[in-house]
Design a protein around this ligand. Sequence first.
Ligand SMILES: NC(=O)c1ccc[n+]([C@@H]2O[C@H](COP(=O)([O-])OP(=O)(O)OC[C@H]3O[C@@H](n4cnc5c(N)ncnc54)[C@H](O)[C@@H]3O)[C@@H](O)[C@H]2O)c1
Ligand SMILES: [Zn+2]
Length: 354
Amino acid sequence: MNRLDDLGYPIIVAGDTRAAFRSEMSARFDRFVVLADRNVADLALRLTRLPARVDLLTVDLGERRKRLAIVEVILGALLGAGADRRTAIVGVGGGVAADVFGFAASIYMRGVPYAHVATSLVAMVDAAIGGKTGVNLEAGKNLAGSFADPVAVFCQVDALRTLPYRHLREGLAETVKHAVIEGGELFEALETLSPHPFPKWPWESVVVDSMRVKAMIVGDDRLESGSREVLNLGHTFGHAIERASDYRVSHGAGVSVGLRVAGVLAMLTGRFSKSEHLQVMTLLALLGLPARLRYPPGRVLEAMTYDKKSRHGRVRFVLPRAIGDVETGVHVSSSMVRRALQRCVTPVGDREFV
Ligand SMILES: NC(=O)c1ccc[n+]([C@@H]2O[C@H](COP(=O)([O-])OP(=O)(O)OC[C@H]3O[C@@H](n4cnc5c(N)ncnc54)[C@H](O)[C@@H]3O)[C@@H](O)[C@H]2O)c1
Ligand SMILES: [Zn+2]
């Protein structure tokens, strides 16, 4: 078991977090409402056999349902279960669950204690850490939400065994993002692990090493007023691709392609070397992650209009200068952005710069 307390709340990473969950949560709360993504309802039931009053509510989630409408349904269900301000809300599920349940808990009765049991790779290394919650609006991803720290996070690593293979693989895009930001051992570890089949991976340490990168950055900038923006590497494009695909492309797959577009844009603007870009592309390929843009650049550009990182209507890009050195707040002309997107429509390696 690994435990990180740097953010002021415990983040527990273990194959099975049930014992830690009981000792952390039962000591502090005697009333729980558990909100579970329906796909992990069995796990939620096993996790939350507690010597306390527990209500379990299961919810159909998915990226397309990550909207305000579902938050209202959840708030009504919390009221129906009699949750009050001393009730701990426990969310169980992946990144969508972390965002949606965390957001509901942050506004229910103006905010009640929330803990998340992460069951997907994206949730463990990213979404459940750092206190950002939210939902999508028609205009784009995560455009409504809150900053609300959980009281605890439990990364139930054994749950990755039931996570569909595609989601496990695509979730690795967030780990590659952390590796490009950090630039050290994590990048090498992923290169070394890449030929091995997933069941043989030491997932607990992969989760800990990746999550630590996020925790360290978030610890310095809770409200994303500056340095935390590096975590959006690949996301300006990734979110736009998700939206352009009407959310058929998963978050991880969008980020993977987004990492390529950001790398190409960084090369075109003279920031990033071709050899390091190819090193990142090789890692994505070794991990079986997508790098080819399958939507027209114009559609992706249009989907970028409402990016949260925009200021005064101008998108601010997060671009690599090197593996281990990422720049934020970069302004680039839209013709250059279009050029970068255009290059990524081709498979990696087809042209000089991709
Ligand atoms: N708030 C943040 O800081 C932050 C960071 C990164 C990502 N996100 C958000 O996270 C979301 C993506 O997360 P995700 O990839 O986990 O998507 P997800 O929550 O939709 O999970 C993917 C699929 O796997 C299922 N699932 C989850 N755990 C499972 C398990 N153990 N066994 C079987 N099935 C399981 C889910 O029901 C879903 O069908 C996006 O909406 C993204 O915006 C938020
Ligand atoms: Zn992400």
